[in-house]
Design a protein around this ligand. Structure first.
Ligand code: MOS
Length: 777
């Protein structure tokens, strides 16, 4: 980073700090969420009901069109060749045989690729979506092992793949940093995440640790994880003159459209990104080089292009979670109260991305203490850009923190749940902010009761059934409540009483359209079949990222604003004869297919009658959500208590998870059916993180060695027991609908719950993920 950039960043941090302080001190009523959303109540027609997915029938019939299923006339198929060195230059590149192969329409390399700007890196601009900011096939330089060096287009996928295999390339390699040890030895730099330094010091944490009556001080290691969504990354791309159309698999349609416009020197409105269905995102479905390459090749060849990455292609081109090494030290008094918490360490990072895996985030607010030292340092490696992956930071950060808390409980001879409850903070311990709503103690108590925690003999290795050592462990889960700026929605109400909500949001399989149908029907006083949610298209209103577990809140706030505008518009149209005459928008809400005075519901008029009298077929309004200042005013997080029972084979070291319970405190649950699936999915991913997931990195070559689901293990059905999920359903008074995010929290705490259960089963404390059998023998 240049001096100028550093100064700009410093100025930005100062400005953010001033705004943050002002919002902290503002009266509650000035802040979004200061007045509780009426939808947080429990007596509702739709919210809180286990509504089945509105997109379910389409998916079951195979009629939901995914990115690689759009068809354009004259379309050709893409196949990508990857570099096999980590750094250097392309020395020779012979494409003649590939060009002569059957069906080939184009071989694109740095020699003939159109001139393009690098992708704007995600988080460096309002609409930036890029996973890296490297030149995309613009020169002969290699930046990582797996970088695309050529793209072949052919009439069929098979012809493209075959021709791609005929490309001959040699390299002039240069020394590359491909080991974490070497990267650290070269010196680390302070991590900065979204403009916020990954560093917090309160008091003198090291001195307090030295003086502590009881302490733990250990290092935890977590490996690389790759994105393995069920739908590999894909895009179908076409140019219509100077307009670029991209059918993408995306968590960020508007960000992607703007970013592609920047890459190709177009106006934002010249790029149209659609993404009606996504087969899982988890942070990996942003803008990567494949969409750029497909668009560039399409332009060159003058035909539409479909690019569908192979599973190996995802491993080579799409970043994943990076390797971390974390020190956690906790110093406590003899009664168990924490005095000091230290959580520091290093994450590997490439020089062409901006994510210093923020593994200290959960530690900022987890427990009360007087002294804190939190810090993430980065060590640079020559590798594929690491990126966001479900609960970046917390997923691996909670493994370290919650393992350490368990170790401290052992050292104190205390129950690990009681130790956590003893150290519950009354306000945010590092920010000093009040919590918006924190009822994790209740989640602990309910969960412990349901799981049968009281039956647990605290002594490790005490329970054996034949060859199997049985253990129970627990850990806290947490993920912040986020609501990003940019939410906006358009509502069109037709005379037949049907509402269409349009918003540039995303359905990645979690039930966005279903939950928002419920929310909209509730707000407007309609039935579910009177509401249609239109989403997954960059031309729709709003800038809504399906990430940070924030999409539901972002849409909810936008729909609330649009409903308010709709009520105002309808009251204007109502006229003197309406039972609603003279009422103000704040006095009126949706009820029974129309509007009613909130405290006098007999003053009601149906939408049909309102529009008929005004002689209107429809009314359309559009509104922006208020800026998300609630997160600066309150400390806002989702919470959970995770319980795991494992059976570890005393002979083979094999671990089997036999029971798992997640007990959550995530505010109002909008749809128990889709929510249960979200929580379970997160926990299953957490079981993978705990027991098997590891992108194995050849440190000689910087190449990922296991780029397939045969060698990169994720949990399959037999690895996953019945997962019990419960929640307390206590609405957060300061969020839209009283709901907080649930998309990422399931993966947090799960790794530690498994590790702590393994310790309890065997007496062996493993601090390196994954917890494979070789480490247990
Ligand atoms: Mo998520 S890693 O914010 O998609």
């Amino acid at each position: 980073m240049s001096i100028v950039d550093k100064a700009k960043q410093a100025a930005q941090v100062v400005q953010q700090t001033v705004v943050k302080k002002a919002v902290e001190l503002a009266p509650d009523s000035w802040v979004p969420g200061g007045k509780p959303d009426p939808l947080i109540g429990h007596a509702h027609a739709h919210i809180g009901k286990p509504v089945s997915r509105v997109d379910g029938p389409l998916k079951v019939r195979g009629e939901a069109t995914f990115a690689a299923e759009f068809v354009h006339a004259g379309m050709v198929y893409a196949s990508v060749a990857f570099s096999s060195v980590a750094k250097g230059r392309i020395a020779t590149l012979d494409t003649r045989e590939a060009e002569a192969a059957p069906g080939v329409a184009l071989v694109m390399t740095y020699r003939n690729a159109p001139r393009m700007q690098p992708m704007p890196l995600f988080l460096t601009g309002e609409k930036a979506a890029g996973g890296d900011n490297l030149p995309v096939m613009q020169d002969d330089r290699i930046h990582w092992n797996g970088q695309p060096i050529a793209l072949v287009l052919a009439e069929t996928q098979e012809q493209a793949d075959h021709a791609q295999s005929l490309i001959r390339v040699t390299y002039a390699p240069e020394p590359a940093v491909t080991t974490f040890a070497e990267a650290k030895a070269q010196g680390t730099e302070p991590g900065v995440f979204a403009g916020q330094p990954m560093k917090k010091e309160i008091g003198d944490a090291e001195a307090a640790l030295a003086a502590a009556a009881v302490k733990v001080d250990a290092v935890y290691r977590t490996p690389r994880h790759n994105h393995n969504a069920i739908e590999p990354h894909a895009a179908t791309v076409a140019w219509n003159g100077d307009e670029l159309i991209v059918h993408d698999a995306s968590q960020a349609v508007v960000h992607t459209a703007w970013s592609l416009a920047s890459v190709f020197g177009l106006e934002e409105k010249q790029v149209h990104v659609t993404s009606p269905f996504v087969g899982g995102g988890f942070g990996g479905k942003s803008l990567w080089q494949h969409q750029v390459l497909a668009a560039a090749a399409s332009k060159l060849v003058g035909r539409p292009v479909r690019i569908a990455l192979s599973r190996e292609g995802v491993f080579r081109m799409i970043g994943g979670r990076t390797v971390t090494e974390q020190r956690v030290a906790i110093g406590a008094r003899a009664d168990g109260h924490f005095d000091t918490i230290i959580h520091t360490g290093t994450a590997a990072m490439s020089r062409h991305n901006v994510l210093p895996e923020p593994f200290i985030q959960q530690t900022r607010g987890a427990y009360a203490a007087s002294h804190f030292k939190l810090e993430v340092e980065v060590a640079y490696m020559d590798m594929l850009a690491n990126t966001f992956m479900r609960a970046p930071g917390e997923s691996v950060g909670t493994f370290a923190l919650e393992s350490a808390v368990d170790e401290l409980a052992v050292a104190l001879g205390m129950d690990p749940i009681e130790l956590r409850i003893l150290n519950e903070p009354k306000e945010d311990p590092t920010e000093g902010l009040p919590f918006s709503s924190r009822h994790v103690v209740e989640a602990w108590r309910t969960g412990a009761e349901r799981f049968g925690w009281a039956k647990r003999d605290p002594k490790p290795g005490a329970t054996r059934e034949g060859e199997w050592l049985v253990g129970m462990g627990c850990a806290a889960a947490t993920y912040p409540y986020n609501r990003m700026p940019g939410g906006a929605a358009r509502i069109t109400l037709t005379r037949d009483g049907h509402a269409r909500v349009e918003i540039a949001a995303h359905e990645m399989g979690m039930g966005t359209a279903t939950a928002q149908t419920q929310v909209t029907a509730e707000r407007l006083g309609l039935e579910l079949d009177q509401v249609t949610i239109v989403y997954g298209d960059s031309t729709l209103p709003g800038l809504v990222l399906a990430g940070g577990s924030q999409q539901t809140a972002a849409i909810g706030a936008a729909v609330a604003a649009a409903q308010h505008a709709l009520v105002a518009e309808l009251l204007k149209l109502a006229g003197k004869d309406s039972p609603l005459a003279g009422l103000k928008p704040d006095e009126v809400g949706g009820l029974d297919g129309g509007l009613a005075k909130l405290d006098a519901p007999e003053r009601h008029e149906s939408y049909q009658s309102l529009l008929a009298r005004a002689q209107r077929d429809e009314v359309t309004v559009e509104a922006n959500a208020p800026p998300p200042m609630e997160g600066m005013h309150w400390s806002m997080h989702s919470y959970g208590a995770m319980f795991c029972e494992v059976r570890v084979n005393a002979i083979t070291g094999e671990t089997r998870v036999s029971r798992f319970l997640g007990s959550f405190d995530c505010g109002r649950i909008l749809n128990p059916k889709t929510a249960t699936s979200q929580f379970r999915g997160g926990i299953i991913m957490g079981l993978g993180l705990a027991l098997m997931e590891e992108a194995q990195f050849d440190e000689r070559k910087g190449r990922i060695m296991n780029p397939s689901l045969a060698e990169y293990h994720v949990p399959v059905h037999l690895d996953v027991p019945t997962i019990d999920v419960i929640w307390n359903d206590i609405p957060d008074p300061h969020t839209p609908m009283g709901a907080r995010g649930i998309g990422e929290i399931g993966i947090t705490g799960t790794g530690a719950a498994v590790a702590n259960a393994i310790y309890h089963a065997t007496g062996k404390r493993i601090r390196d993920l994954p917890l494979t059998l070789d480490k247990l023998l």
